[in-house]
Design a binder for this molecule. Sequence first.
Ligand SMILES: [Zn+2]
Length: 454
Amino acid sequence: MPHTLFRHAVRRALRALLPALLAPTLGLHAQGPARPTLAVVGGRVIDGYGGPVIENGVVLIAGERIVAVGREGEVAVPNGVPVIDANGHTVMPGLIDMHVHLHIVGHGDYKRWDDLYGTRDATVVMPIAAHQLLMAGVTTARDLGARLDDILAVKRRIAAGEIPGPRLFVSGPFIQHEAYEEYEKPFRWGVNGADDARQKVQRIIDAGVDFVKLIDQDQMTDAEVAAVVETAHKNGKVVVAHAHRMDEIRVGLKHGVDDFEHTGLGTAPGYPEDILQALRERNSALYWTPTLSPLYTLYYTGSVFPERLDDPAWREFMPNAMAREVRASLSQIPHLPYYALFPSRLPLLPTKFKQLRETGVRLMIGTDAGIPAMFHNDATWREMAKFVELGVSPMETIQSATLWPARFLRREKDLGVLAPGRLADIILVKGDPLSDMTVMRDVRVVIQGGKRVK
Ligand SMILES: [Zn+2]
């Protein structure tokens, strides 16, 4: 056989073999167009990339992934494929709430809650919180602080399809200087010295956490903070840090944490220039989850619309005794000393939020769902509505709950946008969030991994 012909033959043989060789790793992509299993037809599609919307869109799903997104007429829906009629709705990526706590469900007294339910986190409490989040359109969530074994067990059960809930990314226990009270020790691990810090961080990483949650880092030694961040980064894990106090932020910045939480509890009117300058330097490489809505929501519930507490929506999936207990605990909130500070603290938030935005840090939607009066069924849309109220465009707000979190979680290839190849995590919302973000309270359909779950 002449030399060139031989080369052709080898190439041809290789080309024929290649798909078979690659198929096991590429999955359905290598096996040609997969048979669609579900189609969402007729709604306005926001794909998450921030460009123009698609009117009368079609999202075609095969198995757990999206195979096509386009206009009706451009994307054909094969005969026999089940169709969800999306007319009158906005079709968008499932929401990603970047700050939730599944072991608490809005109760007003953490100690009493833990006494009553602390031993039933994994079996009773977390599944309720997870189910509520999913029904609110939250198909992915980041849990920032819980007992290690409990949250990992719930994460696994959701992933295995045993219980409904968002895909979970979890920190396990807080890593901090020391727990404030005895009962908190299982979910607030104090570190004592750099070696201890390294060991504890390694232990939670080996157990399976997705990242490390650091708080009160201004109360730790430099060596301890450095040990936490280095151990996390060495293992390919990011560090999420609290930002309640200015020195907490400074220490976090000094050691290169990846994401800050909250906008500060103090009464300072804004962030000082040294912090702002450091934030400008890190720009969009630094993530920030400001959790604006809890303060507003608690004040709203206590002083503006107490009737909210009698809305059956937040009790969904809760046994009656639990709902009664939560309800009773919240009657006391308006009489607590810290509540009296709210009217002076609330006006500071818009200024601080504006400052953060102007530095260019990447803002994400996170709610602290689970803390007093922040129920998992309605926390996420409240935060999104607050972003818009404080000046973020609706499209960017949606990206703060979809695309940016997916990037932060390093799961951009699976989550955060509606595009071929991505996991089919899709929600249908009645109306137009680009005109009125409060319509996000009305999520009608939830599809997770290609399966309709609401
Ligand atoms: Zn929190």
